[in-house]
Design a protein around this ligand. Structure first.
Ligand code: ZN
Length: 150
């Protein structure tokens, strides 16, 4: 199996079987982000405890890239310290802005896990916003939640 088809399979799996889908009852912040160029939407809630993302859930609709990427992001950040989640977000953002030139290292793969599957998306500027939608929503929800607590 080629790298590309393996990556496509990861995206398809997350699209068919999204992780952390559903909005938790108890939450510190809720955000709603849209990607008008594609019509993708995501509503995302987080609960933060002691600087850690204790809970995160989302509902969304749109293309497979936006929904699968939100699922992958959720899997990666739930249970992690906020600083760690934001580091991953920054890393993913850099990958998406690489326009297909990024060399995925073993360290990247270890850090981003399934999120490296979206590497090919960076070649298509129109789709980059799809892949980033859930990550941007997570970033602003966490910032809101932290603002609430301080
Ligand atoms: Zn999209």
């Amino acid at each position: 199996m080629s790298m590309d088809s393996m990556y496509q399979q990861i995206i398809l799996d997350h699209y068919k079987n999204p992780q952390h889908r559903g909005l938790p009852e108890n939450f510190d912040a809720e955000v709603h982000h849209v990607n008008p160029t594609c019509g993708d939407e995501v509503t995302l809630r987080v609960r933060v405890t002691d600087g850690t993302i204790a809970e995160l859930g989302w509902e969304g609709e749109g293309c497979s890239i936006s929904q699968a990427s939100t699922s992958v992001m959720s899997d990666l950040v739930v249970g992690k310290p906020i600083s760690n989640a934001l580091e991953l977000q920054q890393k993913f953002l850099e990958l998406m802005q690489s326009r297909g030139t990024a060399e995925i290292t073993d360290a990247d793969e270890e850090l981003l896990e399934d999120a490296v599957a979206f590497e090919g998306v960076s070649k298509y500027p129109a789709r980059v916003k799809c892949a980033l939608l859930g990550w941007m929503a997570m970033k602003s929800a966490v910032a809101d939640a932290e603002g609430e607590q301080s």
